[in-house]
Design a protein. Structure first.
Length: 246
């Protein structure tokens, strides 16, 4: 990957070649390293789902450090800035930032803030720095880092933007890798994932499908393994992208 800046206002990421497909554990490790370098408290990967007009597209959280609260935290970001982030992705590759609602929440990057897109402040509890990536119709989105206060050197911002592009390229390559027949999801696994994606807990899924809770959890576990996901939330997101569920 190469990073070039044709003008001060229009940094551009160019992908020189496709790297080998990484496993999810490698991706998480990369995100954790980037989080540490930036000094952030949390990270998230928001990928653009859908095509066409903005109203037909949405941002979906693929990876995050929020664990059990991933759905809630991602929803807060999308509700606050989803439309603005999608619109920005259509027109610019400049990094995006916002500042949290408390007076002490800020994003600082000497000599570079003027070349970033600032979103409305005080909408969320934490500040955020988001790196946009465009890789075609299925590879667009943001790598986001959040903390109450972020102070990042200019050269670090540029390096992290390059790393974000490579990370999204790895995710795209993983998506495009065909699932072998032995790894394909079966009907029960798909049904359990669909209901879990609709917000049903294991007990409710078991009741509706006439299965035991243990069996439902087993189906969800095997589906997560087949999809090379780190948890149920990521498995649902990947199943949506691969067309298994809606």
């Amino acid at each position: 990957m190469e990073f070039s800046q044709q003008t001060p206002q229009s940094p551009e990421i160019r992908i020189s070649k496709i790297s080998r497909t990484k496993r999810c554990t490698d991706v998480v490790g990369t995100l954790q390293h980037m989080q540490k370098v930036i000094g952030a408290k949390h990270f998230a990967v928001l990928r653009l789902i859908g095509q066409g007009v903005p109203s037909a597209r949405r941002l979906s959280c693929t990876y995050s450090s929020w664990a059990a609260n991933a759905g809630t935290e991602a929803r807060l970001i999308v509700e606050a800035y989803g439309e603005a982030l999608i619109a920005h992705l259509d027109t610019s590759m400049l990094p995006v930032f916002w500042e949290g609602r408390d007076a002490g929440c800020a994003v600082q990057s000497p000599n570079l803030l003027s070349f970033m897109k600032c979103l409305p402040v005080r909408c969320l509890a934490t500040s955020g720095l988001a790196f946009p990536v465009r890789l075609g119709s299925n590879g667009n989105g943001y790598v986001v880092f959040m903390a109450e206060h972020l102070e990042v050197a200019s050269d670090t911002v540029l390096d992290m933007h390059m790393r974000a592009g490579q990370l999204m390229l790895d995710l795209l390559a993983a998506d495009e890798k065909r699932i072998q027949p032995a790894e394909a999801l079966n009907e029960r696994e798909i049904a359990c994932l669909q209901m879990a994606g609709d917000g049903c807990i294991s007990e409710a899924i078991a009741d509706k499908l006439g299965l035991s809770v243990h069996t439902v959890n087993a189906y969800l576990g095997t589906a997560t393994t087949k999809l090379d996901a780190v948890n149920r939330i990521q498995a649902i997101a990947k199943a949506i992208r691969l067309g298994y569920i809606r």
